[in-house]
Ligand binder design. Structure first.
Ligand SMILES: [Zn+2]
Length: 272
């Protein structure tokens, strides 16, 4: 069903593309017209061992994007922690880690298999333990806000729980990346639980409305392809000049494929 307004910028004049999607001409958000509520009844593919391995590496690479921005931060709060790989990756660098996830099956599984502190439910600042609340911290919202019809409200709620200097990392799937451009509606991240796919412009609009300062913004892809030599060679020889320019200017934490394929967008925000 078509929403009355764009989830991100509030624009009421949405352009219907076909029976499956509408686009916001103002922020280039791609809105899914065939959505259904999130299913919390099972584990999904969260415990598939092959996927777990890559998810772990994916979380480590994501943390490398955040790491140059860390100062005296001691805590990480992962909102929508899923099967806990981001918390595991963060625990190597930050002494206090805490996760929220609304899926009770996942939370039960994390509590049984890993020594991680998690809370079942949506984010609420008052549910943070006291040691975390008083520490300088990083909040992460990775692949969460595309599930939410009021992303500004969620980001504002997180921003209110931040102290000066605290960080917020947001990562979303983009419709402007290679995966959606080549696979379209067949891409696995275009599905009924995602209300929309972002564009870099929509993500920047969300960041701008948060009242937080943008410390970094960019694109990345899932870990499995990001450091592949075959992909590197293919990209480099297809666009050698552009590749060279990217290699000279990109942050160390990102690969050539992260920048050029850009399936996911991220921002690192800091509370002034
Ligand atoms: Zn919009």
């Amino acid at each position: 069903m078509k929403p009355e307004r764009c989830y991100v910028c509030g624009n009421a004049t949405l352009e219907v593309l076909d029976s499956r999607a509408a686009r916001c001409p103002q922020c280039d958000l791609l809105i899914n017209l065939e959505t259904a509520p999130v299913d919390y009844s099972g584990l999904g593919n969260a415990t598939d061992p092959g996927k777990q391995h890559w998810r772990r590496i994916n979380s480590q690479r994501r943390l490398m994007i955040i790491k140059p921005h860390l100062r005296d931060h001691r805590a990480l709060v992962d909102i929508g922690c899923g099967s806990g790989q981001m918390l595991e990756a963060a625990a190597r660098h930050l002494s206090l880690c805490f996760g929220f996830d609304a899926n009770p099956t996942l939370i039960r599984d994390i509590r049984q298999s890993a020594n991680l502190r998690v809370e079942c439910g949506h984010f609420a600042a008052e549910r943070l333990p006291e040691d975390i609340r008083s520490a300088a911290k990083v909040f992460t919202l990775s692949h969460v806000i595309e599930h939410v019809a009021e992303p500004n409200a969620l980001v504002t709620q997180v921003a209110a729980a931040m102290r000066a200097g605290d960080l917020l990392y947001i990562e979303v799937p983009l419709h402007t990346g290679q995966a959606f451009r080549t696979q379209g509606y067949d891409w696995s991240l275009w599905y009924h639980e995602h209300l929309c796919l972002y564009s870099p412009t929509a993500l920047a609009a969300l960041a701008a409305s948060s009242g937080l300062a943008t410390a970094a913004a960019g694109t990345r892809i899932f870990a499995r392809g990001s450091h592949s030599t075959k992909t590197w060679l293919r990209l480099f020889f297809r666009q050698p000049l552009r590749s060279l320019k990217i290699l000279l200017t990109k942050p160390r934490a990102l690969s050539l494929a992260d920048v050029m394929l850009g399936d996911y967008g991220f921002v690192v925000l800091r509370k002034p």
